[in-house]
Design a protein around this ligand. Structure first.
Ligand code: ADP
Length: 498
């Protein structure tokens, strides 16, 4: 009987492979970085062939490390950097140009034009997305317009489009399967989330030939078999989801109101809103979480640009601490921040403030403030920002937060998690396994092949490492949040030209 599920985690800077067992335990891990290309300011590219070869390489190395053969792997699940756009030749498998990465801003101007021409509601109604250069549709259009000869080849049906999971599945199956999962499709801005299909009016507007698009499918299901040439046997590929959605699944946030936050360089917060899309009044993104068992689950998503990066800044630029993890004991050296607040709006503020001209500020300094107060204020700023997004999600969805499940590098910091529980007045729970992105992909694939029976069985694998409960009064909470709001207002508009 097969012992493992293989998760392929195709990230923005590196590709990883993890083999999980039935308990959700990591049995083997391999990781490799790949090249980032920055051909012009604001442009970001990857070599899709390198994404494929590194991904295959780490998969083989994860198998070799524990001597796992193809018959010991029940299925493969894939999770990936979202929106990144690849177009390749159907006959040769050669990409027509480098992959345009989600971070790439090259289509900003075209997006502004679409907004000026009044297409905001058109896209919002069909795709629930706000027009922005990070989505795939305008990147695909750019390739069709700008790379010589590509449009004609696309129209003749010689080319195929895909986001990263589509590309990897096509390569793994030896060019037999050309699909995308709903969660990835929902980030392209050409996928109609009401019909769960590509939207012809959008395709017409952007000039995208339908014949190059993959078939949208649920996030869990046997999509096809790997060409035995890769692993020595035909392993089924049985699940796929975008990275943040996979993390939500890996945290077993299966019900409306369950949410996860990833504390990394920035923060990614997702809340399951159930089977109906919730439209945000607060600048949050509505997204398909996954398609499973004939149903589609939606989520609200909010991101914070600077979280752990504020600690990096104190470490690398201010030299106040040596290692990020020292922030925890340093914050504990004082009983409060001495009335000071830090707003790490280094690159502006995202949801729910949306002020690209905001800049970092430290306010409320007094003669007695020392480095411990500052470190504490920096850690608090992470929690205040997360709390702002959580409140916006609550207001948009009308759903109360039952608990916040956490992961990411900075979730190791107990001070952050206790402060989060205090400020958000909700339990904050850190699981034993914080590799939730890969785990989510593994679960989606394992469920499809019966490796795990159902969601309940999967849920049993989720084990608490530590739970943090609110420990301050409502009055104290409101006082602190009021101070934060005042500090945030001080950061607004700073970089705007007078
Ligand atoms: P990413 O995946 O975004 O690159 P990680 O999830 O590895 O990042 O988290 C790294 C970030 O978390 C860094 O910004 C670092 O400063 C911060 N960080 C890591 N450990 C801690 C800690 N114990 N306390 C506070 N911040 C931390």
């Amino acid at each position: 009987m097969a012992q493992y599920i293989m998760a392929l985690d195709a990230g923005t800077t590196s590709n990883r492979c993890i083999l999980f067992d039935r308990e959700g335990k990591m049995c083997s891990v391999a990781q490799k970085e790949f090249t980032q290309y920055f051909p012009r300011p604001g442009w970001v590219e990857h070599d899709a062939s390198e994404i494929w070869t590194t991904q295959l390489g780490v998969a083989l190395s994860a198998m070799n490390q524990i001597g796992a053969g193809p018959d010991q792997i029940a299925a493969i699940g894939i999770t990936n950097q979202r929106e990144t756009t690849i177009l390749w030749d159907k006959a040769t498998g050669e990409p027509v140009c480098r992959a345009i990465v989600w971070q790439c801003r090259r289509t900003s101007r075209y997006c502004d034009r679409l907004k000026e021409e009044g297409y905001t509601d058109f896209f919002r109604e069909k795709t629930v997305l706000v027009i922005d250069a990070y989505v795939s549709a305008t990147k695909l259009r750019w390739i069709l317009e700008e790379v010589p000869g590509v449009r004609q080849r696309a129209e003749k049906g010689e080319l195929l489009f895909g986001t990263v999971e589509t590309w990897l599945i096509w390569k793994l199956t030896g060019g037999k399967v050309h699909i995308t999962d709903y969660s990835n499709a929902s980030r392209t801005m050409m996928f109609n989330i009401h019909t769960l299909d590509w939207d012809q009016e959008i395709l017409d507007l952007l000039g995208i030939p339908r014949c190059i698009l993959p078939r949208p499918v649920p996030s869990s299901g046997v999509y096809g078999l790997c060409d035995p040439i890769h692993f020595g046997g035909p392993i089924p590929i049985a699940g796929a989801a975008g990275d943040q959605q996979a993390a939500l699944f890996g945290q077993t946030c299966f019900e409306a109101g369950e949410a996860k936050n990833t504390y990394g360089t920035g923060c990614f917060l997702l809340m399951n809103t159930g089977e109906k899309p919730v439209f945000s009044q607060n600048g949050l993104v509505t997204t398909i979480a996954w398609g499973l068992n004939g149903k589609v689950n939606y989520a609200l998503e909010g991101s914070i640009f600077v979280a752990g990066a504020a600690i990096q800044w104190l470490r690398d630029e201010m030299k106040i601490l040596e290692e990020s993890r020292d922030s925890e004991y340093m914050a504990g050296k004082v009983s409060d921040t001495g009335g000071c607040y830090m707003v790490p709006a280094f690159t502006g503020l995202g949801a729910p403030h949306w002020d690209q001209y905001a800049r970092g500020t430290i306010v409320g300094l007094t003669r007695g403030c020392n480095k411990y107060h500052l470190v504490r204020a920096a850690l608090d700023s992470i929690c205040y920002q997360v709390n702002d997004v959580l409140r916006a999600m609550g207001a948009d969805s009308g759903i109360g937060l039952s608990a916040l499940k956490v992961d990411g590098g900075a979730s190791a910091n107990n001070y952050i998690l206790q402060t989060q529980a205090d400020l958000s007045d909700a339990p904050v729970v850190r699981p034993k396994c914080v590799e939730t992105t890969a785990l989510g992909a593994a679960y989606l694939a394992g469920l499809a092949v019966g490796y795990w029976k159902d969601l309940e069985e999967v849920r049993k694998n989720w084990a608490v490492d530590r739970q943090f409960l609110p420990s301050i009064t409502g009055e104290e909470r409101e006082k602190r949040i009021k101070g934060w709001n005042k500090a945030v207002r001080c950061s607004y508009g700073w970089a705007r030209e007078e």
